[in-house]
Design a protein around this ligand. Structure first.
Ligand code: GLN
Length: 379
């Protein structure tokens, strides 16, 4: 078997979903909603079954999907996105990130990754033969040291991966921080691969800035995102890369050979969501703000120390007081004896960290309250 994949373990996030099922725990590990997608999408999906969308769509995404996505992103990014030359539709942002890596890197190239990071990035570098350079985001506010970042840039990386809003730490990069990254990307001529799947889950007064919209950054940015979180359809596996035509031209080919294309009926059904007005996004934000407040208040009542996310739907809990040497063992016991599924923090950090676990709050209020009730078992 291949040497490059010999070091792979199972995804810890997906494994913790299986552990949760085994113990019938409330699964707050792998981040996906237990509430329904918008009804309009479901109604449209039912119709689409009887329309002519059962064969391959155009490999880089159906015309309807790309046009609707281009209109939506033009509105939010404040920059005209061309549906024909600046978008490639992928099977989730998971494929978008992998295709983006393979589009810009050669084996042996270095890629900067902020730590903590979403675990796929490590695997993406291995699969594409690139070498990660990790730069810490320093708790409690997860800031980065610009000098440490420039040291990483001095190694002439081909790309930097920027997850904003960030999974798992909930950081929303300020415009100033993004400008620091932009200046370095320009100075060292580095591509920027963003993962912006939580672009619409940002808590006031924080604001999401699309990296590609910073002055001079459009040319070097591959903006990856997904429909999963915005429309609560993680199982539909729909994502995309937005970038300038020269980059997209190559990314289309990489994507074509990786997967041929995303599911045609699902691309068509989600167009309904892509055409929603501003109200939908305001409601989504309000809904997640409510869930965050509900869940964090519950954790406060239990006197469990935790992060205060600015965006995305994750919270890191400090479990040091429970005296476990291994966060994985803690999570196994938490699922087994308390009945709550969590992800060990160590799977997100490059640095040795064993006192954090990640929970997510993309769940019905009743599910969150059930989890909080169960967490009382820790007291
Ligand atoms: N992004 C989500 C998480 O971090 C789910 C990722 C996945 O399993 N594809 O939990």
């Amino acid at each position: 078997l291949s040497e490059r994949t010999a070091g792979f373990t199972d995804s810890v996030i997906r494994r913790m979903t299986r552990v949760s099922m085994q113990y019938d725990a409330v699964n707050l590990s792998q981040g996906f909603p237990d509430f329904e997608p918008p009804k309009e999408l479901l109604d449209r999906l039912a119709q689409v079954a009887y329309e002519d969308y059962h064969q391959y769509s155009i490999t880089w995404g159906s015309q309807n999907f790309r046009e609707a996505l281009a209109a939506k992103q033009t509105y939010f990014m404040g920059r005209r996105i061309d549906p024909n030359t600046e978008i490639v539709t992928t099977c989730g942002s998971t494929e978008a990130m992998m295709a983006a890596m393979m589009t810009v890197t050669n084996p042996g190239d270095k890629v900067i990754i902020f730590s903590p990071f979403y675990e796929n990035y490590g695997a993406d570098t291995i699969l594409s033969g690139a070498e990660p350079i990790y730069v810490p985001l320093v708790p409690p506010d997860f800031h980065f040291d610009a000098n440490v970042l420039e040291d990483a840039f001095r190694q002439h990386p081909k790309a930097i991966i920027l997850c904003n809003p960030s999974n798992p730490c909930g950081k929303v990069f300020t415009r100033e921080e993004l400008e620091t990254i932009a200046a370095l990307a320009e100075k060292y001529d580095t591509y920027v691969i963003t993962d912006e799947v939580y672009e619409h889950i940002v808590f006031a007064p924080n604001k999401h800035t699309y990296f590609a919209t910073l002055p001079g950054m459009w040319e070097r940015t591959l903006s990856c995102s997904s429909l999963s979180k915005t429309y609560s359809v993680t199982g539909w596996r729909l994502g995309y890369i937005i970038a300038p035509p020269e980059i997209i031209d190559r990314a289309k080919k990489v994507h074509d050979f990786l997967t041929v294309g995303a599911a045609a009926p699902l691309q068509e059904a989600v167009v309904t969501g892509l055409k929603f007005g501003q109200d939908y996004y305001d409601d989504l934000q309000a809904k997640y703000t409510h869930k965050k407040d509900l869940f964090l208040k519950g954790l406060d009542d239990l006197k469990i120390a935790h992060t205060d996310p600015q965006g995305a739907y994750y919270v890191l809990l400090d479990i040091a007081e429970f005296g476990y040497e291994s966060d994985l063992a803690f999570c196994e016991d938490l699922a087994h004896y308390v009945g709550v599924g969590a992800v060990p923090g160590s799977s997100f950090f490059r640095e040795p960290v064993n006192n954090l676990i990640r929970l997510h709050f993309a769940k019905k209020d009743e599910t969150l309250l059930d989890a909080l009730n169960r967490l009382e078992g820790l007291r």
